[in-house]
Ligand binder design. Structure first.
Ligand code: SAM
Length: 266
């Protein structure tokens, strides 16, 4: 428990610093350029204030194939500076509602500023832990998350929480870092608060989702995640102690960005 708390305290401190410096523990420094490389379209980026697009710390675009409908109620776990909250709010429209949830006050402040700048009304950013979602059961139509669950010490608990808050028939789409045969020696060298150290092997990640009760999982995107882009994350001085190691094809294993969708039986 105390180990988990100290990991979360470190993650919170890392992201407080990163939102000011725009570096990331999960990839190259945040920028609209990064957002493009992880799957956001020009149209999506143009619809958001530059400040929000420039502060993406994601590893995919979990809303790309989400097919949100007007009026739906959505939650973004680990909402960061608010890019996905903003895009979801445009899709659900004024009759819908989007919650963001994050544990880093500085990120929450940035998200609220970005959403206010965009004049978005149908959103609310909550402070809290994705392992204990502060919303009632069966209250949401859709849950999304971008490069956050990989940071959670107890991923099984996160997926049980997603299952709890979704209505019967509710869906989720999450982008995350997973690993494939990552060598324990490499993993051990990575700081516990970085994206890869706590990332699950792909099969274990999918099993955690099934164990929570979800069926009909669909992997909508699976791509090698190259932590060496820009050389930034291979250096020890990336500002968040991410460490890192080369990704695809390395004998030490692979680091993968995975986007998964699923549904709670209706
Ligand atoms: C890699 S950033 C991703 C931010 C955002 N989803 C994006 O795509 O830009 C991780 C975010 O998750 C938040 N976070 C990490 N662990 C969390 C937890 N257990 N509960 C709530 N937020 C968490 C961090 O504060 C940070 O804002």
């Amino acid at each position: 428990m105390s180990d988990r708390k100290s990991v979360k305290d470190q993650i919170r401190a890392d992201y407080a610093r990163m939102i000011q410096g725009r570096s990331s523990c999960c990839g190259p420094a945040a920028s609209p350029g990064l957002a493009r490389t992880i799957g956001y379209s020009e149209k999506e980026l143009a619809s958001a204030p530059e400040e929000a697009a420039a502060a993406s710390f994601g590893c995919g675009n979990p809303l790309a194939l989400a097919e949100l409908k007007p009026g739906e109620v959505v939650l973004d776990l680990g909402s960061g500076a608010g890019l996905d909250v903003l895009l979801a709010s445009q899709q659900v429209g004024p009759s819908g509602k989007v919650y963001g949830l994050d544990m880093t006050p500085e990120m929450i402040a940035q998200a609220r500023a970005n959403l206010a700048q965009a004049g978005i009304q149908n959103v609310e950013i909550l402070e809290g832990d994705i392992e204990a979602i502060p919303l009632p059961e069966a209250s949401l139509d859709f849950v999304t998350s971008n490069c956050v669950i990989n940071l959670a010490p107890d991923k099984e608990k996160v997926f049980r929480e997603i299952f709890r808050v979704l209505r019967p028939g509710g869906r989720f789409s999450v982008s995350d870092i997973v690993t494939k045969n990552l060598s324990p020696a490499v993993r051990e060298k990575l700081p516990a608060s970085g994206c890869v150290a706590l990332a699950l092997e792909e099969e274990d990640y999918l099993e955690a989702i099934r164990e929570a009760g979800f069926r009909e999982l669909k992997v909508t995107n699976r791509a090698p995640f190259n932590l060496s882009v820009g050389g930034q994350l291979l250096s020890a001085d990336c500002g968040c102690g991410c460490g890192g190691h080369d990704s695809a094809g390395s004998s030490a294993g692979q680091i993968i960005s995975l986007t998964v969708q699923g549904r709670k039986a209706g």
